[in-house]
Design a protein around this ligand. Structure first.
Ligand code: UDP
Length: 325
């Protein structure tokens, strides 16, 4: 059934409301609701909306100065942001630094140990299905996100982790895990969306390992807002250090199937001199381009396809693949 236009202008989520004002602007409003277990457990805590809005403001400012393009345009009042309207990908991107939550339940392992390296997982955004884990290839094959977009989203998510983890550590906090959402605007550009607060991450005190996030509510461990206030205070007291690392784009160019590749034949003969028999060797090019810290959202796919087709690659005889790191 077609929805009425006015129905489509306001979306009420579990804890926030989104109002579409026009094609360029929407309002994201934080309410005082808190939920857990895909909405099974609920409460309303006075001041919670403003606390999470403040936390989102602090952290998104840090991310913007670290080159992450975010949907926030302006904070309007204690609980309201003006944001870019986006089509949100129906996946949640989770980064884990330390074991906790669903990964422990899934594999029957205790929480608390730091992972050998940060782990990125994606989940389907669907409460009724209890947000199932989804592999990257299934997400792409189902059309939830394009392969190129997923590459960019993953690069951004790891960048978010790097900058947050470093600054949380400075504030005496362990960033255990967190969830991000991304969306595509009407021009195809990709932006970090939603919020970042004690609702969407796990954070422990570095000394005492006390939980300062929504697990306090999920597991009835005490006053959840006290933890949120501690987080806000600790993060407001330090001087943030934005990330200055460049973002690398790799372009791999290989000769098309069936096109003669004399360079590859030379390498083939050289390898065979070592006694290794090969069926064929194809020689291509690898180009790495680094971008400085300010990565305001750009149409990476379109730009690189243009540069490749008009400058780097000869589309008649070569194919290229772009990787964002
Ligand atoms: N998370 C979230 N929204 C969700 C699911 C998870 O913000 O719908 C956050 C959660 O707060 C935690 C991280 O993502 O910081 C990882 O969550 P996990 O997969 O462990 O699931 P949970 O145990 O929270 O159900």
């Amino acid at each position: 059934m077609m929805r009425q236009e006015n129905e489509e202008k306001s979306y009420s989520g579990k804890v926030k409301t989104l109002e579409i004002l026009n094609s360029e602007t929407a309002k994201m409003i934080f309410r005082d609701d808190i939920t857990a277990g895909d909405g099974a457990k609920k409460d309303n805590l006075n001041g919670k909306g403003a606390l999470n809005a403040r936390m989102t403001e602090i952290l998104f400012n840090l991310l913007t100065s670290s080159g992450i393009p975010t949907h926030i345009l302006k904070k309007e009042d204690d609980i309201t942001f003006l944001v870019r309207p986006l089509k949100i990908f129906p996946v949640e991107v989770v980064i884990r630094n330390t074991l906790a939550g669903s990964i422990c339940r899934r594999y029957g392992i205790p929480e608390g140990e730091e992972l050998k390296k940060p782990l990125l997982e994606i989940f389907v955004k669907d409460d009724e299905l209890h947000d199932p884990l989804i592999s990257e290839s299934v997400a792409v094959s189902l059309g939830y996100i394009e392969e190129f977009e997923l590459g960019l989203v993953k690069a951004y998510a790891h960048r978010v982790n790097k900058v947050l983890k470093h600054n949380f550590d400075k504030a005496g906090l362990i960033l255990v895990d967190f969830k991000l959402e991304f969306g595509r605007d009407k021009n195809g550009l990709i932006w970090l969306a939603d919020e970042l607060s004690g609702d969407s991450m796990r954070v422990w005190d570095k000394e005492t390992r006390q939980k300062l996030d929504k697990d306090v509510f999920r597991k009835d461990l005490g006053d959840v807002l006290e933890g949120y206030r501690t987080l806000e205070k600790r993060l407001s007291e330090i001087e943030f250090e934005p990330l200055r690392e460049p973002l690398n784009v790799n372009i791999i160019i290989t000769p098309k199937e069936g096109i003669p590749n004399p360079g590859g034949n030379v390498v083939k003969r050289a390898i065979e001199n070592f006694g290794i028999n090969t069926q064929s060797v194809r020689l291509g090019k690898f180009i790495q381009i680094s971008f400085q810290e300010n990565l305001e959202s750009r149409n990476w796919k379109e730009e690189f396809h243009k540069v490749n087709n008009e400058l780097l690659t000869n589309p008649l005889i070569e194919v290229f693949k772009i990787q964002i790191r």
